[in-house]
Design a binder for this molecule. Structure first.
Ligand code: AMP
Length: 284
């Protein structure tokens, strides 16, 4: 595997691959890699000849009170894991390589970008889209892979790719979970033993909600019941717990029919976690 820090060098190497007729798959990450990331790399490998993984903790998508400084950075371990999993290129650029003209927002996430995650983290999606756009311009991949774990990110990025990188296939990877159901996340390492079991219990609530909704329970009642339960039993500080229409990323009401998605964000101790679960059909 080649570790590349310069945008120029990356483009030169990828041009050679393209000239040889190879297709390029791209998996953008912020590092502190776990098996969830590796599962996305496998998907990229399935559909492309060469895989580029980027590791870049993007300052533009963190608010002033957020954990940019504390975000885990484990480049050596990440490198070993990528090497062991057959990645060809690790692109780990500096801020100057990504933003040669200064850290300015160039992409806006629109209305959906200011709800849920965007309401809790103002400006987050504009920053995320700006870096994804820049990385996509550099890599020009044939396929890009994102995880369903970040459902709103997928919703927003898919639109960018459809509008600006039309020849690129958009691949969504399912969320990899521990046996307990807890979604793998780079931030899980900060959970204490007790907090971990609180985090796990949030997933159990999502599963119960899914069962209740698929059995025909009213959306508003299910949300009310589990909001209370998570905040008391799980000792988590909920930022949102909602049931949305996956086509619109907007909350559904009790009359909704068809597929839906339960989305949640909560702080367990100091650790902010997000998760989601698909509901096959409500009132189906
Ligand atoms: P991050 O490094 O957290 O920005 O994540 C990089 C990519 O990995 C994103 O597309 C995430 O949605 C995806 N991802 C994060 N956690 C998981 C997981 N548990 N399973 C599958 N994909 C994940």
């Amino acid at each position: 595997m080649k570790l590349i820090q310069s945008a120029n060098e990356l483009q030169k190497l990828l041009d050679i691959d393209r000239a040889e007729g190879k297709t390029i798959g791209f998996v953008p990450t912020m590092g502190a890699l776990h098996q969830g990331h590796i599962s996305l790399i496998r998907l990229a490998q399935k559909s492309c000849d060469v895989v580029v993984v980027s590791i870049y903790v993007n300052p533009l998508q963190f608010g002033p009170e957020e954990d940019f400084e504390k975000y885990p950075r484990t480049l050596n371990e990440d490198q070993e894991l990528l090497e062991a999993n057959g990645t060809q290129y690790l692109f780990a650029p500096t801020v100057e390589e990504i933003y040669p003209n200064g850290t300015e927002i160039t992409q806006r996430a629109g209305v959906v970008g200011s709800t849920f995650e965007g309401a809790s983290r103002p400006g987050h999606f504009d920053g995320m889209l700006t870096v994804v756009n820049r990385l996509m311009e550099l890599v020009q991949p044939n396929a890009v892979v994102f995880g369903e774990k970040d459902a709103q990110q997928v919703f927003i990025v898919k639109k960018l790719i459809g509008a600006r990188f039309r020849d690129c296939e958009f691949i969504e990877g399912p969320t990899l979970r521990e046996e307990s159901g807890l979604a793998l996340s780079s931030r899980n390492r900060f959970l204490s033993q007790e907090e971990r079991s609180d985090a796990e219990s949030i997933y159990h609530h999502l599963s119960q909600m899914k069962t209740q909704l698929e059995a025909g329970a009213a959306v508003s009642e299910v949300i009310a019941e589990h909001t209370k339960a998570i905040e008391t039993a799980a000792k988590a500080k909920l930022e949102y717990l909602a049931v949305i229409d996956p086509q619109l990323f907007r909350p559904v009401d009790d009359k909704h029919r068809g597929p839906a998605k339960i989305i949640v964000a909560a702080k367990v101790g100091e650790v902010r976690l997000i998760d989601n679960l698909n509901v096959k059909a409500i009132n189906g």
